[in-house]
Ligand binder design. Structure first.
Ligand SMILES: NC(=O)c1ccc[n+]([C@@H]2O[C@H](COP(=O)([O-])OP(=O)(O)OC[C@H]3O[C@@H](n4cnc5c(N)ncnc54)[C@H](O)[C@@H]3O)[C@@H](O)[C@H]2O)c1
Length: 340
């Protein structure tokens, strides 16, 4: 299986590219992975393709982060076996970041790897999860602990799929767009102030490009790619914390919370205040600090129990590997709570 970074292809160009891919590959069997919300996108998706095998099989999982589990992955491997999938079979992931991460993981490990296509249906998946080749599942309540670095054979972005996206998931994707704007320095105030009805294809392309540029320079995250984790040290801990409490929170909302802390630790209080005006910091009760610190320590990007942050020197200039002590982190949390 080829493992190259693919530039996402949009709308009719994307469907034409997928048709060409299907014609060339002639998969022995085609599987469509969805969750029970994104299954509603199937008719529109299928109707745009001329080369899709009409005998395709739909694999449907429950929506939500809980499906990014070894149990669900194992169930999917078994179903692929039952249907006689071989190395020339194809998995098309049609969904949000959960479906893409799970499907990419299942495909990249089944029979040592079958090709997969990413068709993101959420804003977050369009601008972030669909590109970059990270696949994965959660283990023991910790995010993305097991996974592979495997690129999708093709990424097809059809913005009209966003029409049915729930409001909170739109804001979740907006959180990652804000992160990309902070990293690239492109369009920061416009992206921060963006409203759903004003989202353009160009804005989507620009946000995706911020990630593609970094991934192209450092696929295996040896250096520069770590900057894409801006806001994620605390964001992942915040998300895992809610996962353990069975309290729902979107990935982007957790990232926004993490961006507040990263901006505060970067001493960019004016930028943090601008973010505050759009997406306010959620007060964190001090009794949870220790638990969150432990979650940050178990983040796979930290070594030997230290906690490292990506910080910003200024908008458009991120640096990584900043060790932050527990007391400094707690101080920043106190400040954010007080400023609120
Ligand atoms: N691999 C990566 O590089 C990467 C990057 C960022 C995030 N992620 C992962 O992505 C996941 C978050 O992605 P997400 O926010 O898309 O979550 P998600 O896949 O859980 O989707 C959010 C919700 O929106 C629904 N949905 C998606 N598209 C829809 C549509 N068009 N119409 C109606 N409902 C729709 C889903 O069913 C779900 O209920 C997390 O697991 C995160 O770890 C991965």
């Amino acid at each position: 299986m080829e493992n190259h970074l693919q530039q996402p292809v949009f709308s009719s160009d994307g469907f034409a590219a997928l048709d060409a891919y299907l014609k060339e590959l002639t998969p022995s069997k085609t599987f469509l992975l969805v969750d029970s919300n994104t299954s509603a996108c199937i008719p529109e998706f299928v109707s745009q393709l001329t080369q899709l095998d009409p005998e395709y099989e739909v694999l449907e999982v429950e929506p939500g982060e809980d499906s990014k589990s070894i149990e669900v992955a194992s169930g999917l491997w078994s179903v692929l076996l039952e249907y006689g999938a071989d190395r020339n079979s194809l998995l098309i992931n049609l969904g949000g970041g959960m479906v893409l991460d799970l499907g990419g993981f299942v495909a990249s490990t089944f029979k040592r790897g079958i090709p997969f296509i990413n068709v993101p249906t959420s804003l977050l998946a369009m601008v972030d999860a669909s590109v970059g080749g990270k696949t994965g599942i959660n283990i023991d309540g910790l995010k993305n602990q097991v996974g592979t670095f495997t690129h999708a054979a093709l990424v097809l972005v059809e913005p009209s799929f966003l029409d049915s996206l729930p409001e909170e998931d739109w804001h979740s994707g907006h959180g990652e767009m804000i992160k990309h704007a902070l990293l690239s320095g492109r369009n920061w105030p416009d992206i921060l102030g963006l409203n759903r009805e004003d989202l353009t294809v160009e804005m989507l392309q620009e946000s995706i490009q911020a990630k593609v540029d970094v991934v192209a320079a450092d696929f295996k995250e040896l250096g520069l790619r770590k900057t894409l984790n801006l806001g994620h040290t605390f964001g992942h801990a915040w998300e895992s914390f809610h996962l353990a409490a069975e309290a729902h929170i979107t990935h982007g909302a957790a990232v926004i919370q993490g961006l507040h802390l990263a901006l505060s630790l970067s001493n960019l209080s004016d930028v943090q205040q601008a973010l505050q005006a759009r997406y306010p910091w959620t007060t964190v009760a001090s009794e949870y600090y220790e638990a969150l610190w432990m979650l940050m320590q178990s983040d796979k990007k930290n070594e030997g129990g230290t906690v490292k942050f990506v910080l910003l020197e200024q908008i458009g200039r991120a640096t990584w590997g900043h060790e932050i002590s527990k007391s400094k982190c707690f101080e920043a949390l106190d400040e954010l709570n007080a400023r609120g």
